[in-house]
Design a protein around this ligand. Sequence first.
Ligand SMILES: Nc1ncnc2c1ncn2[C@@H]1O[C@H](COP(=O)(O)OP(=O)(O)OP(=O)(O)O)[C@@H](O)[C@H]1O
Length: 603
Amino acid sequence: MCEADPFAATLMYVEMPKYYTWNQSTKKFQRRKQGTPVPDWPQVFSTDALGRMYTVHPRNDECFYLRLLLVNVRGPKSFAHLKTVNGHQCQTYREACQLLGLLENDSHWDLTLADSVVSSNAYQIRTLFAIIITTCFPSQPIQLWNKYKDAICEDILHRLRIQTNNPDIQITDEIYNEGLILIEDQCLTIANKLLIEVGMIAPNRSMHDAFNQELNRELQYNVDTLQEFVRNNVPLLNEQQKQVYETLMQAVDNNTGGLFFLDAPGGTGKTFVISLILATIRSRCDIALALASSGIAATLLDGGRTAHSALKLPLNLNTIDTPTCNISRSSAMGKLLMQCKLIVWDECTMAHKKSLEALNFTLKDLRRNNNIFGGLMILLAGDFRQTLPVVPRGTPADELNACLKASPLWNNVKTLSLTTNMRVQLQNDQSAAQFSKQLLDLGNGKVPVDATSGLITLTNDFCRFVDTQLVLIENVFPNISENYKNYAWLSQRAILAAKNNDVHALNFTIQSKIAGDLVTYKSVDSITNPDDVVNYPTEFLNSLEIPGFPPHNLQLKVGTVIMILRNLNPPRLCNGTRLSVKRLMPNLIEATIINGKYAEDET
Ligand SMILES: Nc1ncnc2c1ncn2[C@@H]1O[C@H](COP(=O)(O)OP(=O)(O)OP(=O)(O)O)[C@@H](O)[C@H]1O
């Protein structure tokens, strides 16, 4: 069929019934004579008929892989054609699936590392290796290490050659060991796991050293740089900020502990003041822990980490009555919390009240002190007008109940406020001032709600309304075909949409304005229980658009803006980090970070 009919050659097997009917007597497909005309294809009509293929159990292996090829390869002309990948005719359908990257196995990770060896430096390869072994679960990580350890340790060898002024030094077991230690440190940061826990060989280091990483990390700041930062920025504080800074620093100096809340709507300099407080404490060689409820908020603070991973909070906070943090007195985090002078928790308004209660219990226990938070000073920051904690399948009442204000701890809070919008003041922009006020009114519930519909009406001057997506794109991304190379320009604009369909349409249109070829990346979706495979065929899994997952068919160009969807390597690569694609390889995407503290870093 695909040989004879050029339109059929553009289709996949399952799409055939949409455009063709099966003629029983001639035993051939023939084009539909009615339906919606297909643009650019005269005499071709489409209907909404659905194609269904028999499911096959993977134990029936070649049949299973043939079916997998039929739902992925367009216009196959013969069985031999289905088995041919990049000009190479495979012996089996399984091999063809393998070469097309449709099966999940270690070869993905092998090829990914092989791509990175060609294009990346040793630090980047090491980070990639740490991410692969902690988040992708390859079955033979040691084999991968043995294959790529020379590339992973290349910078260590280079450093030794320079230090000793001896270009003839060859790679040794000590160098590999140092490489393993560096990878282990990254695994501890990413997933709090030792190498031995992810199926790798353990480096030769004392456990004390491995576990003290967390403590060392909080003490490694450059005191001179921090002192200079404080000297330069304290004079910039406005009156309100100065008062907040002084009150908080006095509380730190008095060492009396307490719970403070910095109530600051967006743009009032909350991050600015917090960074200054953190720097002041750290410049005295004391410990100040910077936490945030989301990875992306953590990237804005120096040394910022997500509260969940740093405090080892349980995942099911909702269902536990009195949760505690999984931190013992002898652990590095335990020691850190005992020595710490201040914990800052940004975007705390998104946190579940029980996470703060868990911290309270844990600190009392660790510090052997029955005062609130074990006598440690806690600074919460955020804005209750923004997103509250998300309670899966919960009602608005559940959300309010999960909110920090519903916790008995809130009775002890001392509130400090910032109200001057510094973005507006610094730019002296009247329209920005008006917009900021309108946003505050909205957040404070001052915009009237229509009693019948329960909706609010935005005033015509709330912002500029446009009629179509195209006009919106033109306004937000003018001349994108040229401007996409300017990272600072890109970092300041984004279009948000509530539905995936709109997001896909917007991405498609914006991407089509950038010159260059599209490269397709397909996900490998499989069922963990093989007995369920017939109930959940691969193409069904591929069709699912699950929140927080990339689409099955990801199409990218060099210059496209992408966003990381999980905390891969915090604080550099978090859920929400935006990057611009720099290079597209078959198994690896090289990109440059465009926002946050690590902007312009390549990854
Ligand atoms: N006193 C100041 N002097 C100079 N610049 C300031 C001052 N306070 C804040 N800024 C600048 O104003 C901008 C907004 O401040 P910042 O990001 O700290 O606000 P924020 O309250 O954290 O906002 P958001 O919640 O939206 O992140 C930043 O660019 C910051 O550097």
